[in-house]
Ligand binder design. Structure first.
Ligand code: G3P
Ligand code: MG
Length: 233
């Protein structure tokens, strides 16, 4: 079972910060999930477009200048990092799941991503792109068929994982609250991996493992890795 640090190791350090990425790598997470939003011509690693939940500022990220964003404190003196800064830290050290939250200009995103991959020597095999916006994923899949795409859902669709297959995804990312053995079976039959969010309790980890889930997103990768090692003894 693959352990993804959700927003980095977000229990140990402020979510989506370089410190959270560093902690996740130290803990041995095989994957890291981050959320990205475009603003001021850059791609920022942050979950909400309104910055007040995770920073000391107030307002919409996409109405701020780069200087204003750089001044935000995301906790423990951490800045809101750019995607490139996170890629530089995690480069080829884990699977980086880039969740596209607020990408309005896909061409600009791809241009900057390509630039970062080239300068940092990152192979696209180390990246997994996901989004709740399936129109955006369809566009991405058309433009970059070689990219690994994860189809996110917060529900259990009537036709289970069919939507993810239609998108040409390699994985389907589901909410633990709506994941069932039937769903996992259906995804498997379609050749899709199932990654489930957000799973912090060993009882849930065990249930998902029994169903054959391929990976989990957790705020506590250290705890999950410990549980996994114990459960495999
Ligand atoms: O990518 C999995 C999970 O992060 C999706 O929900 O709201 O935590 O970004 P959210
Ligand atoms: Mg996310």
């Amino acid at each position: 079972m693959l352990i993804f640090a959700h927003r980095g190791a977000s229990k140990a350090a402020p979510e989506n910060t370089l410190k959270a990425m560093h902690c996740a790598l130290q803990m041995g997470a095989q994957g890291i999930e981050i959320d990205v939003i475009q603003a001021a011509g850059q791609c920022w690693v942050i979950h909400d477009v309104w910055v007040q939940r995770t920073t000391n500022g107030f307002g919409r990220l996409d109405q701020m200048t780069e200087a204003q964003i750089r001044q935000l404190d995301a906790g423990e003196g951490q800045q809101v990092p750019t995607l490139e800064e996170v890629m530089a830290l995690t480069a080829n050290r884990c699977l980086l799941n880039i969740e596209l939250k607020g990408i309005k200009d896909l061409a600009l995103f791809l241009q900057q991503l390509d630039g970062a991959c080239e300068s940092l020597g990152i192979a696209h095999q180390h990246l997994l792109f996901s989004s709740f916006d399936h129109h955006l994923l369809a566009q991405l899949s058309r433009l970059r068929p070689e990219f690994a795409i994860g189809a996110l859902t917060a529900s259990c669709p009537l036709d289970y994982a069919a939507f993810a297959q239609e998108l040409g995804a390699v994985s389907v990312h589901t909410d633990v609250a709506f994941t069932s053995a039937e769903f996992v079976q259906d995804a498997k039959a379609r050749g899709l991996k199932t990654y489930v969010y957000t799973v912090d309790e060993p009882q849930d980890m065990q249930m998902l493992k029994n169903w054959g889930v391929d990976g989990i997103f957790t705020n506590v990768p250290d705890k999950a890795l410990h549980w996994l090692a114990e459960s495999e003894q």
